[in-house]
Design a protein around this ligand. Structure first.
Ligand SMILES: [Zn+2]
Length: 109
């Protein structure tokens, strides 16, 4: 029993490392570090939004490796960059024409 539990933790660790490697390989084309939100005008580094629930993922990792791994892969496949201020997915590069117009037109706080 104890050996089996230890093996599952090794599998979880290997899965996590594999996912990080997958993400590093997938991230060959890096998105810009800064983006302008076309909804609220916020200019700054976007945050990554994953669909689904982190709580559900933790629950799925507990009993077995496969459900948690599949759920994690589904969440990663649907991840997108969103505005750090308002959460909108309407981001434009700051060096684009729209990005520069939005940055100029932003009202100072
Ligand atoms: Zn925003």
């Amino acid at each position: 029993m104890g050996g089996r539990r230890g093996l599952s933790w090794i599998l979880v660790l290997a899965g996590t490392l594999g996912l990080r490697l997958f993400g590093a390989l997938r991230g060959g084309k890096r998105p810009p570090a800064v983006a302008v939100c076309s909804i609220c005008g916020h200019c700054g580094p976007p945050r990554r939004h994953l669909p689904g629930s982190a709580r559900v993922e933790r629950l799925l990792w507990l009993p077995l490796l496969l459900p948690g791994l599949l759920y994690r892969l589904w969440r990663l496949s649907g991840s997108r960059r969103v505005c750090a201020a308002c959460g909108a997915a309407h981001l434009v590069p700051p060096d684009s024409e729209l990005g520069q117009r939005l940055s100029r037109g932003r009202t100072p706080r």
